[in-house]
Design a protein around this ligand. Structure first.
Ligand code: TYD
Ligand code: MG
Length: 452
């Protein structure tokens, strides 16, 4: 009997070892290395690769290469097209990652149902009936979408050969299983093998394949970081499960920029594209409330007006509490220290709570000024004028720093009817004749005069 061949893989980063060890030397994680059987059976997959591997490719002058067949396949989903850079590139492998329950299956089924191409949706997680039930909630009329429930890649390729679809969706890569590898589904070697088979298929037939991949708690695409290197495009679907907004972004894109962003709203009947997110994120209240401020931020290339809420109150316990939702807690502490030192507000003995509404997490430093304004407003219990908005970074010495693409932010604020936007004096603005008042400030003390 042939000897069983095994290797050890780190389940976190996919590094390979010849024997077990406690810590992965590549990603420094402990107890992530597990043994996997990688003994291979005789290979005879969907098309024996002999014909393909004998074909020797020749160097071509770059001007002679015909790129016309690379025309993109546009979907009916404008947000999805935008994030991909215009549509699906034939022969590309797209990986859609996201936490369980965020809506990955819903998004791809919804897109598959509306595609003007023959689509095969392969599910290893749900039965055909369950998918049909979901499809009926979303969009009952579709004639081009086939559903297959199968987890063995060899069987999937057999069905693909018979059906010849234009686009394939795999839900999810962690459920796939190839006969050539003995380890269980979801293990590193299985995922690697199944993806390799799919890549080979995609490249040889120019059929795009979209894979769904689950994400672990720390944000990695479960286990195999290696998947990210293998595919052409890595999309991430994120958001807070308790909120309705979902953000689709590209972490890697061989055929487009990674700056674009798609925004969806989860509804009873699937995901709805949100084309003007700012209007939804800002609550239109008649009463002026203290502790609220609006920031003109950028998510990728899109301007997004976001509401910041702060609550400052006298600490009940000895150690004041500081908590931030949707904003970096360390940055909040830094801004509080700046307010204390540079503007003389005694916040050291106060509880400070900060919340970005809509369940969104913001990294854009331009939100700093709105955070400071919201804290000041709550501390003094004075409401800000509700048609004020802010776009600037705050430095350690209390200086108001310029932010990128300030003009785009100003125009978005103007479009939404804000009367005044506060920006840094050091931003170069060449806009002429704006309806919105552009208030230039250079120090945090300047802001204090306006808001309290
Ligand atoms: P799902 O696509 O199954 O998530 P994933 O594939 O990422 O694990 O979506 C799960 C959630 O979406 C589920 O909790 C219910 C919600 N949902 C809606 O709110 N409306 C809908 O029309 C559908 C289909 C799902
Ligand atoms: Mg799913």
């Amino acid at each position: 009997m042939a000897k069983v061949k095994t290797t050890f893989f780190c389940q976190n980063c996919g590094a390979q070892y010849s024997k077990w060890q406690g810590q992965c030397t590549a990603c420094k994680e402990w107890n992530t290395i597990a043994e996997e059987v990688i003994q291979k059976a005789e290979k005879s997959d969907w098309k024996t690769p002999t014909s393909a591997s004998k074909r020797v490719s020749k160097p071509l002058l770059i001007n002679e290469i015909d790129a016309s067949q690379e025309a993109r396949m546009a979907t009916n989903d404008q947000e999805f097209n935008r994030v991909l850079g215009g549509g699906i590139v034939p022969g590309s492998l797209i990986l859609l990652g996201g936490e369980p329950g965020i809506g990955k299956s819903t998004l791809l089924l919804q897109i598959a149902l509306k595609l003007p191409y023959k689509t095969l949706y392969v599910s290893g997680e749900e039965s055909q009936k369950q998918i049909k039930m979901r499809a009926e909630r979303i969009n009952p009329s579709s004639s081009n979408c086939y559903i297959l429930t199968e987890t063995k890649t060899q069987n999937i390729f057999k069905q693909i050969e018979a059906l010849e679809p234009d686009i394939i969706v795999i839900d999810s890569i962690q459920t796939l299983h190839s006969d050539y590898i003995e380890s269980s589904s979801g293990s590193i070697s299985q995922i690697k093998e199944c993806t390799t088979e799919l890549i080979k298929f995609a490249k040889e037939t120019s059929t795009p394949v979209i894979l769904i991949g689950h994400i672990t708690k720390d944000g990695n695409i479960a286990g195999p970081k290696i998947l990210e290197h293998m595919v052409d495009t890595v999309l991430q679907f994120e958001g807070d499960r308790n909120h309705v907004f979902r953000i689709l972004r590209a972490n890697k894109n061989r055929f487009g920029s990674t700056n674009e962003l798609g925004i969806y709203e989860m509804q009873g009947s699937g995901l709805r594209e949100v084309s003007n997110p700012s209007e939804i994120l800002i609550s239109k209240k008649d009463d002026e409330l203290s502790g609220n401020a609006v920031a003109a931020t950028l998510e990728g290339m899109r301007p997004l007006m976001i509401e910041v809420q702060a609550l400052v109150s006298t600490a009940v316990y000895g150690t004041p509490q500081r908590s931030a939702t949707g904003f970096n807690a360390k940055r909040l502490n830094m801004l509080l220290a700046v307010l204390e030192k540079r503007a003389g507000f005694r916040l050291g003995a106060k509880d400070v709570f900060l919340n970005i509404t809509g369940g969104i997490t913001v990294d854009d430093p331009a939100i700093d000024l709105a955070v400071v304004a919201a804290i000041l407003s709550s501390n003094e219990d004075v409401a800000l004028q509700k048609d004020f908005c802010f776009a600037a970074e705050v430095g350690l010495s209390g200086e108001i720093r310029p932010v990128q693409r300030v003009e785009q932010r100003i125009l978005e604020a103007e479009k939404l009817g804000f009367s005044t936007i506060f920006v840094s004096k050091y931003n170069k603005i060449s806009l002429k004749k704006t309806v919105i008042k552009i208030q230039l400030i250079s120090k945090i003390e300047d802001l204090v005069g306006f808001v309290v």
